[in-house]
Design a protein around this ligand. Structure first.
Ligand SMILES: [Mn+2]
Length: 366
């Protein structure tokens, strides 16, 4: 018994020593280097090292602008793989962060201009497209109606002047996913803003009534028909515009249908005749002061610079030309934006990323 009591004394001492450890006894890393920020190539994965939250589950997460992944690609007509788009965009975006985010062309740091939160991905069924569309609509509506964080100096804080309820709504930059995701997004936006004008960067018009093989009502839901579906539901204004088009068609009647859906048309070749300034002017005049949604298909960029997409078309714009056009659209009444059809399996997933930061800049600058 006596022996046991003596043996316990050093243990008690050791315990007390830990509790009263002075500052100078820090662990060696903390003492020598202190806290260090993640490097561009290290740390957990979020869009440009932004704070990350599972916003659909975490109702306390607020933001001015949300980054939201929609890894959906089961309505593609040709090469699938855009379900890996959100991962690839986030991975490539690691080169950028708020610390080094000052852009000379804009003379601002977009990451500091608003509370921007990476809200993670929507869990989307890869087996049932009707279910998937409902999941995307429900998720977008949930975040669109989350109370805005309220940074007074961002354009997003003034969306209330366009909203039917007069309330400021946050804006969402969605990472696709194939282009079908725009249909559920427009359904959500229409609930808040009414009919939406779309600035649609793409090699293809995406207003087909049906695609080849479309033999049922459900098979009309594709990445080439979603604008027709949105038009049939009355979700779009009659002042939308395409930019970068160069696909081939079954015939000229498809352009008549395209006009009925609400689109004006800028061809890829128009840049040679009118220059970037001319195209910017045409787009701005077309959409005016209406609530505008910016949808950016990565196949707008020439496949020589951005091959990571499912339906590449030759003779597209360069990333420099495209960034310049996007920059010229700042100040329009953007209510949301996306980048879609990034399918990293067809490249290393890095090339599209020249575009991702410019999207943020365009929607945040007034
Ligand atoms: Mn498209």
């Amino acid at each position: 018994m006596r022996f046991l009591t003596l043996a316990a004394i050093p243990l008690v001492y050791a315990h007390q020593h830990v509790l009263t450890e002075p500052e100078s006894q820090q662990e060696p890393w903390a003492a020598k280097y202190g806290p260090q920020a993640d490097l561009s190539f290290s740390g957990p994965l979020s869009y440009s090292h932004l704070p990350y939250a599972r916003c659909l589950d975490d109702t306390s997460a607020t933001f001015d602008i949300a980054i939201l992944g929609m890894p959906f690609d089961t309505a593609t007509s040709y090469r699938p793989g855009a379900r890996f788009g959100p991962f690839a965009i986030r991975s490539g975006s690691r080169r950028q962060s708020a610390r080094g985010g000052y852009a000379l062309n804009w003379m601002t740091n977009p990451y500091l201009s608003a509370k921007i939160l990476d809200c993670g991905d929507v869990p989307i069924s890869p087996y049932d497209n009707a279910l998937a569309v409902d999941q995307m609509t429900t998720a977008y509506t949930t975040l669109l109606n989350r109370p805005i964080n309220g940074s007074a100096d961002v354009q997003g804080a003034r969306t209330g002047k366009m909203a039917k309820d007069g309330v400021d709504h946050p804006r969402i930059v969605t990472l696709g996913g194939d282009h079908t995701i725009v249909w559920p997004i427009l359904r959500s936006l229409h609930q808040v803003y009414g009919p939406i004008s779309v600035i649609h960067f793409d090699a293809h018009i995406d207003t087909w009534p049906t695609l080849e093989g479309g033999l049922s009502e459900q098979s009309r839901v594709t990445h080439g028909t979603f604008f027709t579906l949105a038009f049939e539901e009355g979700l779009m204004s009659n002042s939308s515009i395409h930019a970068g088009i160069r696909n081939k068609l079954q015939g000229p009647e498809l352009i008549e249908h395209d006009e009925a859906v609400g689109f004006d048309l800028i061809m890829a070749d128009d840049i040679d005749d009118f220059g970037t300034d001319g195209l910017i002017k045409q787009i701005r005049e077309r959409v005016g002061n209406s609530p505008v949604y910016l949808s950016f298909d990565i196949d707008t960029i020439d496949p020589g610079q951005a091959p990571a997409t499912g339906t590449p078309e030759p003779a597209g714009w360069t990333s420099r030309e495209t960034k310049r056009i996007l920059r010229g659209l700042a100040g329009l009444n953007f209510v949301g934006a996306d980048i879609v059809e990034v399918a990293p399996a067809y490249d290393n997933g890095k090339n599209p990323l020249a575009i991702q930061a410019i999207l943020l800049l365009t929607v945040t600058r007034s």
